[in-house]
Ligand binder design. Structure first.
Ligand SMILES: Cc1ncc(COP(=O)(O)O)c(C=O)c1O
Length: 380
């Protein structure tokens, strides 16, 4: 099988047939000429199928080692499609630490339609297996979790799901397909907010779903067309352009983050550093087993809201902002920015304190980022 970057540069992207263009053209047309009435053509209508989106879907399926890829207009629409098989009365076992918007979709949208949820700490597989009921249809998680950087054992989750005859879905956004491939561990469906590392330049919103299961793929394709939240031709083209450098970017993100995490860990002014690449991370062994490297995301506990404010204010290269995974470093305050929809008691339980700060380490020169971190620490 070709290597990761070979797939990123070539899968779904053979030179275009008419002109030989080596990059996939942006097919902006909404409809296609049909030859004869009643005669089916592959390309009929742009919501259903588009050649640029098709190339992006082929590419992401190859990168996640899956058979079928689907591209959406956002990570949230990818999540909606991957969970669209749920019906009133169905039960889902979901991680208790996840992106706030996913929690909001589950608790405020799907729950209103009669889907039942158990949010469990998935760091151990025991509670996951115990939470399964007669009506459980799906296990859903992120790993590493957002923002606490806890890990979930993918092989163990896949085994529990298979034993129960239910579907497993993993949000792989924090890792990107370069660092972790959940399908390789037996997970049924993997998805991403492509807005993050896949896009990588903070200039496009998108989502993807990949599976090797033909039956799930058929349903996801049906919902993609029925709901219509598709990736546009231009956004698909941007994604194809971005993933060509995904391996290079992920190596740079991981190298910079490891150096910064070690610096923060060595400093007594920071109460806690959550980064799976640190040998002190309680699940470092699991990280070594299922991740190729440890990625660009670090969470730190500064101790209080005042200290979090002082730290973030002092930074020059880390921009205060939501989102993650772009080439530029970002800093975010989960309580006030990304996790407002998680109830305060739940945040408390998870360790999402007022002093928690999340860093998305970019690929700038690490010396400059370290200087910035010193400024932040001095301000504390
Ligand atoms: C882990 C994770 N999953 C899903 C999403 C939702 O993606 P989008 O904002 O592209 O809809 C986000 C957004 O921040 C995220 O961080």
């Amino acid at each position: 099988m070709p290597g990761f970057s070979t797939k990123a540069i070539h899968a779904g992207q053979a030179p275009e047939q008419i002109t030989g263009a080596v990059t996939v053209p942006i097919f902006q047309s909404s409809t296609y000429a049909q030859h004869n009435l009643g005669e089916h053509v592959k390309y009929d209508y742009g919501r259903t199928i588009n050649p640029t989106r098709e190339a992006w879907e082929t590419s992401i399926a190859a990168l996640e080692n899956g058979k079928h890829g689907f591209a959406f207009s956002s990570g949230m629409s990818a999540i909606a499609a991957a969970t669209s098989m749920l019906r009133p009365g169905d039960h889902v076992v979901a991680g208790d630490d996840m992106y706030g918007g996913t929690y909001r979709y589950f608790s405020k949208v799907l729950a209103e339609f009669g889907v039942e949820f158990s949010f469990v700490d998935m760091r151990q597989i025991g509670p996951v297996a115990t939470a399964i009921k007669k009506n459980t249809r799906l296990i859903y998680c992120e790993t590493p979790t957002n923002p606490m950087m806890n890990l979930v054992d993918l092989a163990a989750v896949a085994e529990v799901a298979k034993k129960a005859g239910i579907m497993s879905v993993v949000d792989n956004t924090f890792m990107s397909p370069y660092l972790q491939n959940p399908l390789d561990f037996g997970i049924d469906v993997v998805l991403h907010s492509a807005t993050k590392y896949l896009g990588g330049h903070s200039d496009v919103i998108g989502g993807v779903v990949v599976t090797s299961n033909d039956a799930y793929a058929e349903k996801i394709k049906f919902y993609q067309n029925a709901y219509g939240a598709i990736a546009s031709p231009f956004d698909s083209w941007l994604m194809l352009r971005s993933v060509k450098t995904l391996a290079l970017r992920m190596r740079a993100h991981s190298n910079n983050a490891q150096i910064i995490a070690e610096r923060l860990h060595a400093d007594a002014r920071i109460a806690k550093v959550h980064y799976p690449g640190l040998p002190t991370h309680p699940q470092h062994e699991l990280a070594l087993r299922q991740m190729k490297d440890f990625g660009g995301m670090i969470s730190i506990d500064t101790g209080s809201l005042e200290k979090a404010k002082a730290f973030t204010k002092a930074l020059h290269h880390f921009t205060l902002g939501e989102s993650l995974g772009g080439v530029e470093s970002l800093v975010c305050h989960p309580v006030s920015m990304t996790h407002g929809s998680v109830p305060p008691e739940q945040r408390q339980k998870l360790g999402i304190t007022d002093g928690l700060v999340r860093l998305s380490v970019g690929i700038e020169d690490v010396e400059d980022l370290l200087e910035d971190i010193e400024r932040g620490l001095d301000a504390i």
